[in-house]
Design a binder for this molecule. Structure first.
Ligand SMILES: C[S@@+](CC[C@H](N)C(=O)[O-])C[C@H]1O[C@@H](n2cnc3c(N)ncnc32)[C@H](O)[C@@H]1O
Length: 223
């Protein structure tokens, strides 16, 4: 009997040792959990700092988060503006990368950006690199509430869900000679005159005069 009890106790001890030492416990160490939590909270804080300011006033269906464009995408947008001159508006200019590329190609650029941190970043980049505000200006404003009729070139890297509303605004405001370059997300009902690149870096060019003629010919495309 005593031998049997000793055997059972030994079996239990081996099980406990296996659970605690040999087999890893499924519960993470509390210090590891605390560090992971702090890191995630920090990352969320940094992300929301860049993405959220100014967003509260914009209707939910028109919200577009910050996502910087790639070098390739910027080059593709610039290819579609070759041979053009004049004023350029970048809708949602982020850290200003497209505005800087366009201003070094000779355009007189204005970047409209709702996020004040990104506006400050772009302005300090302009100061740092010596680009005057007559060539690259950054305005903290909601482009939906901005009259764009003075611009003959417009660039936009936004989101698929807002392209329909943007098409309506641009058709109502831009002159016939204007060219719009949409990055990554094309206008659903507009025929593009040219495109550059492929995949996520693809950009699409639309001449407003040609778009208006198309919509007159095919009125169902307008709605
Ligand atoms: C996809 S990011 C593109 C940023 C930049 N153009 C680039 O190519 O790197 C879209 C930008 O639009 C800005 N944005 C969104 N809605 C806006 C609005 N109503 N007015 C001005 N900027 C806006 C966002 O803050 C964000 O920086």
């Amino acid at each position: 009997m005593r031998a049997r009890i000793a055997h059972l106790v030994m079996e239990d001890s081996i099980e406990v040792i296996l659970q605690d030492q040999v087999l890893p416990s499924s519960r993470p160490h509390p210090v590891f959990s605390a560090c992971t939590g702090a890191l995630l909270a920090g990352l969320y804080g940094v992300w929301s700092l860049f993405v959220l300011p100014g967003f509260r006033k914009i209707p939910w269906k028109l919200k577009v988060p910050y996502l910087p464009s790639s070098k390739e995408q910027t080059l593709n947008a610039m290819k579609l503006l070759e041979g053009r001159t004049g004023r350029l508006a970048d809708l949602g200019s982020g850290d200003g990368r497209l505005v800087f590329a366009a201003s070094s190609a000779g355009f007189q650029c204005t970047g409209f950006e709702i996020n004040s941190i990104l506006v400050a970043l772009a302005r300090s980049r302009a100061r740092w690199t010596g680009v005057p505000s007559t060539r690259a200006a950054f305005v903290k404003s909601d482009f939906w509430k901005t009259d764009l009729s003075a611009y003959n070139n417009v660039t936009a890297f936004l989101a698929p869900g807002v392209m329909e509303a943007l098409a309506e605004k641009l058709l109502a405001e831009l002159p016939d000679g204007a060219r719009v370059v949409a990055c990554r997300f094309p206008f659903p009902r507009w025929p593009h005159q040219a495109s550059a690149g492929a995949g996520l870096d693809q950009t699409f060019a639309y001449d407003i005069g040609a778009v208006r003629s198309h919509l007159r010919r095919v009125p169902s495309a307008a709605c």
